[in-house]
Design a protein around this ligand. Structure first.
Ligand SMILES: [Zn+2]
Ligand SMILES: [Zn+2]
Length: 113
């Protein structure tokens, strides 16, 4: 998401916020973009991946609307701990993890557990 009041013609890193934790984009917190400016950060993606792919953290067990692809998707989804109505679907989480893992500058790895 964009920080409210962001100049769309001059978007700064600090204007880009993770939809799930509302923290800003920094060199230490990478963002993967979804539709309509929605974003998930690397920290949230670690938890989301553990929830839906490794099943080592709680996941949502009912269908819901993913904020990244804007589609209603079957369970499991991951809910933001701070904003429980903000959901990410398994498909977007896996795609985002693949994108992030490919970035050699960032060095993020899919969590093993
Ligand atoms: Zn986040
Ligand atoms: Zn999705």
């Amino acid at each position: 998401m964009r920080r409210p009041g962001t100049d769309e013609n001059n978007v700064q890193m600090s204007d880009v916020l993770c939809d799930f934790c509302r923290q800003e984009w920094t060199d230490a917190r990478f963002m993967v973009e979804g539709h309509q400016g929605s974003c998930i950060c690397s920290d949230c993606l670690t938890h989301a991946y553990r929830a839906v792919a490794r099943k080592s953290e709680p996941a949502v067990t009912e269908p819901g609307k993913c904020i990244l692809c804007l589609e209603t998707r079957p369970a499991p989804l991951w809910a933001s701990p701070g904003f429980p109505d903000v959901l990410a679907c398994q498909r977007c989480i896996k795609q985002s993890a693949a994108v992030l893992q490919k970035d050699p500058d960032f060095g993020w790895r899919k969590p093993e557990r």
